[in-house]
Design a protein. Structure first.
Length: 385
C-alpha cells in the first residue's frame, strides 16, 4: 500500500480510538476512556518494538537466542520497581489498588500448559494475537476468532474445572512485605537474565543485544522500529499506568470470554444464566464499560496506527489450509487454557508476577513445556520450526 492508503489507515485508527474513548467515557466515565488510550499505547509499543512472547520463547527453545526473553525480564523488573511498593502501600493504607493473586492448582497448571501449545500453533499469545491482528494479519484474525471460541467453551465448562484441586493464592507482598519480595524478584530476574545470556554466548559466541536507550527522534518514535529495550520500558510504563489509572493490573483475555458470550447471546443463548457469569455484571453491560475490552480495542487500534505510520499495513491472503488449521487449533487451546489459568502471558504471568503472586512465575513454569510441544508440532502444519 502506498502513502495515501497508509495515511488512511492511520486516520481510521485515530477515528476508531476517538470513538472507543468517547464511548467508554459515556458508558463508564473518564477512567475507562483513559484505559483505551493506555491500551493504544501498548499496541503502538508492541508493534514498533516487535515485542512478542511467542517468537521470543520459541527462539530460546530452538536455538538459544534470548534477546526477546531478556527484554521481557527487563520489562518485569522495571515495572516491579513501582508496582511492589504501590501494592504494599495499598495494603496498609486501604488505597483502591489491587493485584492479581490467583489460586495455584490443577486449572492453573493445565491451562498454562495448553496455552503454551496454542501460542506456538496460533503464532501469538494474548497481546500478540491482538497487535498482529490489528496490524493487518489475516491469519491472526483466524487465531483471534478461535481464541474467542475457545474461551466460550471454557466458560461453559466452568462448573467442572472450578472444582479441580487448587490451593489459595499466595502473595509475597502480603507474606514477606514489599521490599523483601521485590528483592527476591529482582534477584530471580537478574539470575535468569545472566543464565539466558550465558547460554546464548555458549552456543553462538555472543549474546544479541536488546538495544540501547538513546534519545530517539520524533520520526523514530512514530514510525519505528524501536529497540527491544525501548519496548520493554514502554510496556513497563503501560503496566504501571494501568494499575494507577484503573486500580488493577493489565489483563487481556478475560475480554475474549465476554465477547464470545455476547456473540452467543446474539445467536439465542442465555449466557447471563451460565454459572461463570453468575456474579459478574459485565455480561449485561456494554463492552465499552468493560475495562479489559476497552484496553484490547485500544491495543488493536494502536497497532493499526503504528503499522500505518511505519508504512507496513499490508493485509495478506488467507493462509494455506495447514497453517489455517494450526491457527484455529492454537486459538482454541489458548482460549480454553487462558480461562483455566485465569489469564495469559500478560494477565497471568506478567501481571501475576508484578502483583507479587506465586501463580505468576508458576504460570510460566507450566507454560514452557507446552511451548516446547507446540514448537515440535509446528512443522506438521508447515510452520517454520
Amino acid at each position: 500500500m502506498g502513502g495515501t492508503p497508509q495515511r488512511l489507515v492511520v486516520g481510521l485508527a485515530a477515528a476508531g480510538l476517538v470513538a472507543v474513548t468517547a464511548g467508554a467515557a459515556m458508558a463508564a466515565g473518564p477512567v475507562l476512556a483513559a484505559a483505551a488510550v493506555i491500551g493504544s499505547l501498548a499496541g503502538f509499543a508492541l508493534y514498533h518494538a516487535a515485542f512478542g512472547f511467542t517468537g521470543a520463547w520459541r527462539r530460546v527453545l530452538t536455538d538459544g537466542r534470548s534477546a526477546g526473553a531478556r527484554a521481557q525480564l527487563v520489562m518485569i523488573g522495571a515495572a516491579a520497581l513501582a508496582s511492589y511498593p504501590l501494592l504494599g502501600w495499598a495494603e496498609t493504607s486501604g488505597a483502591p489498588l489491587y493485584g492479581f493473586v490467583n489460586p495455584i492448582g490443577v486449572p492453573l497448571a493445565l491451562g498454562a500448559f495448553l496455552f503454551g501449545i496454542g501460542m506456538q500453533l496460533g503464532g501469538g499469545c494474548g497481546s500478540g494475537t491482538l497487535f498482529v491482528a490489528g496490524s493487518g494479519s489475516t491469519r491472526m484474525l483466524a487465531t483471534l476468532a478461535a481464541f474467542i471460541a475457545g474461551s466460550v467453551v471454557a466458560v461453559l465448562h466452568f462448573p467442572v474445572w472450578i472444582t479441580w484441586p487448587a490451593l489459595p493464592g499466595v502473595s509475597v507482598i502480603s507474606t514477606l512485605g514489599w521490599l523483601p519480595g521485590l528483592s527476591l524478584l529482582i534477584l530471580a530476574l537478574a539470575t535468569a537474565h545472566l543464565l539466558l545470556q550465558h547460554r546464548e554466548r555458549t552456543r553462538h559466541g555472543a549474546a544479541t543485544t536488546i538495544g540501547g536507550l538513546g534519545w530517539p527522534s520524533p520520526a523514530l518514535v512514530l514510525r519505528g522500529p524501536w529497540t527491544l529495550a525501548a519496548g520493554a520500558l514502554a510496556l513497563a510504563g503501560v503496566s504501571l499506568a494501568t494499575l494507577l489509572v484503573t486500580g488493577a493490573p493489565w489483563g487481556i483475555t478475560s475480554a475474549f470470554a465476554l465477547w464470545g458470550s455476547k456473540i452467543a447471546a446474539l445467536a439465542g443463548a442465555s449466557p447471563a444464566s451460565w454459572p461463570y457469569w453468575a456474579s459478574d455484571p459485565a455480561i449485561g453491560a456494554s463492552l465499552l464499560a468493560d475495562r479489559t475490552s476497552v484496553m484490547d480495542f485500544g491495543l488493536m487500534l494502536g497497532a493499526l496506527a503504528a503499522a500505518g505510520l511505519a508504512g507496513r499495513f499490508r493485509p495478506g491472503p488467507w493462509p494455506a489450509m495447514r497453517s489455517l488449521l494450526a491457527a484455529v487449533l492454537g486459538g482454541l487451546l489458548m482460549g480454553y487454557g487462558a480461562r483455566l489459568s485465569t489469564g495469559c502471558n500478560i494477565g497471568a504471568f506478567v501481571s501475576g508476577t508484578l502483583s507479587g503472586s506465586l501463580h505468576g512465575p508458576l504460570w510460566l513454569l507450566f507454560a514452557l513445556p507446552g511451548n516446547w510441544i507446540g514448537v515440535k508440532l509446528r512443522p506438521r502444519f508447515d510452520l517454520e520450526a
